[in-house]
Design a protein around this ligand. Structure first.
Ligand SMILES: NC(=O)c1ccc[n+]([C@@H]2O[C@H](COP(=O)([O-])OP(=O)(O)OC[C@H]3O[C@@H](n4cnc5c(N)ncnc54)[C@H](OP(=O)(O)O)[C@@H]3O)[C@@H](O)[C@H]2O)c1
Length: 248
């Protein structure tokens, strides 16, 4: 463990979408630093399997299965973490869903599902977490945004709208709370090899190597390692090495 990471041992983090591709890599990274975790996702079995994997790190982990689109669930998540662990130091808003269809095929229900998962849930998780984060020495929120927070793609108007909204929320919240020693970051990856990839990139043949979930976890580790320094990186945009640099 690097010297900059020692402050993380015994801290508490909430990871949403914990058992998904990127979420699972983030959980392993955090547990490796000795962070206790509240694992959140819809699938109870997947969360339990992840919790079992994490036992090897000797950290304390709790699963909370539920649907983040349910209005009451974000509050339940924050209460569970605060009550079980006695505080919250890190919130990783990672859960997300994507659609691939033309704008005219977007129904009201699909709109609500994407916006409630990708925007409403992180918004209220942040809102309810703030009073707990204020008591932490290293309060950090990481919102998993996307290249779609910066650019539009055909067939992804709804997802792109949700990820632009998440980045906008991240910027405003960061400005609102930085004087209270709470850091709010955006991590904005390009294509990552997870279950979501074939939906985001239906034309992907598998020939080109995309980002690995561990790459994203490594970026978050770097942000957390800087937490006790005076250096802040507000957003990290992450591209695969085969993509033209500095082009979103
Ligand atoms: N993969 C990419 O290319 C890529 C690129 C840029 C950004 N991202 C972002 O990265 C994040 C993680 O995505 P991923 O690629 O790891 O996809 P993934 O493997 O499909 O994981 C998504 C996770 O979100 C959870 N989730 C979705 N809806 C939920 C809900 N209503 N309530 C609770 N949990 C919910 C899922 O939980 P269950 O398994 O329990 O359903 C799953 O664990 C997302 O925000 C995504 O937009 C991904």
């Amino acid at each position: 463990m690097s010297r900059n990471a020692e402050h993380l041992k015994g801290k508490t983090a909430i990871v949403t979408g914990a058992a998904g591709g990127i979420g699972r890599a983030i959980c392993h990274m955090l547990a490796g630093y000795g962070v206790d975790l509240l694992l959140v996702g819809r699938n109870e079995g997947k969360l339990a399997a992840l919790r079992e994997e994490l036992e090897a790190y000797g950290t304390k982990n709790l699963c909370l299965a539920g649907d983040l689109t349910r209005a009451s669930f974000p509050g339940q998540v924050i209460r569970a973490a605060a009550e079980h662990f006695g505080g919250i130091d890190i919130l990783i808003n990672n859960a997300g869903i994507v659609q691939f269809c033309g704008m005219e095929e977007v129904s009201g229900n699909l709109y609500d599902a994407v916006m409630d998962t990708n925007v409403r849930a992180p918004f209220f998780l942040c809102l309810y977490a703030l009073k707990h984060l204020r008591k932490s020495c290293c309060a950090t929120i990481v919102n998993i945004c996307s290249a779609s927070s910066h650019k539009g793609y055909p067939g992804q108007t709804l997802y792109v709208a949700s990820k632009h909204a998440l980045l906008g929320m991240t910027k405003s919240l960061a400005a609102e709370v930085y004087r209270e020693n709470i850091r709010v970051h955006a991590v904005s990856p390009g294509a990552v090899t997870t279950d979501m990839l074939p939906v985001i990139k239906p034309d992907w043949t598998g020939d080109e190597q995309m980002l690995d979930p561990k790459d994203i976890a490594g970026i978050i580790a770097f942000l957390l390692e800087q937490r006790m320094t005076n250096a802040v990186i507000d957003e990290v945009m992450v591209n695969r090495s085969t993509k033209e640099p500095f082009v979103v």
